[in-house]
Ligand binder design. Structure first.
Ligand SMILES: *Cc1c(COP(=O)(O)O)cnc(C)c1O
Length: 300
């Protein structure tokens, strides 16, 4: 099954004006163009999972997410396209559905709302058996697509990454995409993960545990640019996004990629890089999450 438009993916150079020519190259891999719904990295994390589920006769996909999870929407959409039933386990209660959750329902996803405590039980065999008993031939994908197929699928993104880039920058949620890419590209290339959560470097150990030993090098997480925490935003961040769009003609999303580019810009002005460095930033998508700030953006 291939439902996306990989042929639309391009590598776009950012304006030298934006990066003040502090590095030799600063390019962006536009994975946001892969698909309007299953955007960016989500398709890569899901595709091998779906293939596995189909090959092994599973009939229902179940996964986990919060009320603003791009992963939930992507799973709902791909499951429908693959002819699989689909269940989303959502952390918390939403008497009024968020636009994301409404979108999931529109794609045919059945939602189950659970307490934070129950949500934390994902991965427990007992709970998984209870869930499996309720649905037809259930295949469970962890939150964020964070399993071996998710990482392997994310590793496929490496085909777009040329060896002459010294640094690869990307945004991090579960770390699945970072681990998949780190495992597949040249060990000498530096991978910089920008975490939009407070104290996000707690992910370091988790990510390291999924790296092949020879590849567990030259990677680092940055969590200083969370703007108050996951999903939090400031006027400064919004005007940064608008400026970025005006100068580079690239729309960023409010949750992930805007915070990454803000952080990268801070590092550039802080002389973190050498003038010979060549940076590739990965646009992991997420643009549908901008609905909540649409009236504050100069683009849609
Ligand atoms: C989900 C998502 C991420 C995080 O990816 P992980 O593999 O969970 O680290 C980054 N950027 C965007 C736009 C996303 O939607």
């Amino acid at each position: 099954m291939d439902i996306t438009h990989e042929d639309r993916v391009v590598i776009q150079s950012l304006s030298p004006y934006w990066h003040e020519q502090r590095v030799t190259a600063l390019d962006m891999l536009r994975l946001d163009l892969v698909h309007p719904v299953v955007s960016g990295n989500k398709w890569y994390k899901l595709r091998l999972n779906i293939m596995y589920a189909q090959d092994h006769g599973f009939k229902t996909l179940l996964t986990f997410g919060g009320g603003f999870s791009n992963h939930l929407i992507a799973t709902a959409y791909t499951a429908r396209k693959a002819g699989l039933a689909c269940v989303g386990v959502v952390r918390g209660k939403y008497p009024v559905l968020t636009p994301t959750l409404q979108h999931c329902v529109d794609e045919g996803m059945q939602l189950i709302f659970v307490t934070k405590e129950d949500y934390e039980r994902q991965g427990e065999p007992e709970w998984e058996q209870q869930l499996a008993a309720q649905f037809d031939e259930l295949y469970i994908i962890p939150e964020g697509g964070d399993n071996e197929w998710g990482r392997k699928g994310a590793g496929l993104i490496s085909k777009f990454i040329k060896q002459d880039y010294t640094h690869i920058a990307l945004s991090v949620g579960s770390g699945t995409t970072l681990a998949g890419i780190r495992n597949k590209i040249n060990a000498q290339q530096n991978v910089m993960g920008f975490v939009p959560m407070k104290g996000g470097t707690y992910l370091t150990e988790h990510i390291a545990s999924h790296l092949v030993p020879a590849q567990n090098c030259n990677w680092q997480l940055f969590d200083n640019w969370h703007f108050g925490g996951f999903g939090k935003r400031t006027d400064e961040l919004l005007s940064f996004m608008n400026d970025f769009y005006t100068i580079n003609n690239i729309p960023l999303d409010i949750i992930y990629t805007s915070k990454m580019m803000y952080g990268l810009r801070a590092l550039l002005t802080d002389d973190h890089f050498r003038s010979t460095d060549r940076i590739l930033c990965i646009h992991t998508g997420g643009l549908q999450g901008n609905v909540s700030v649409q009236d504050k953006l100069v683009y849609r």
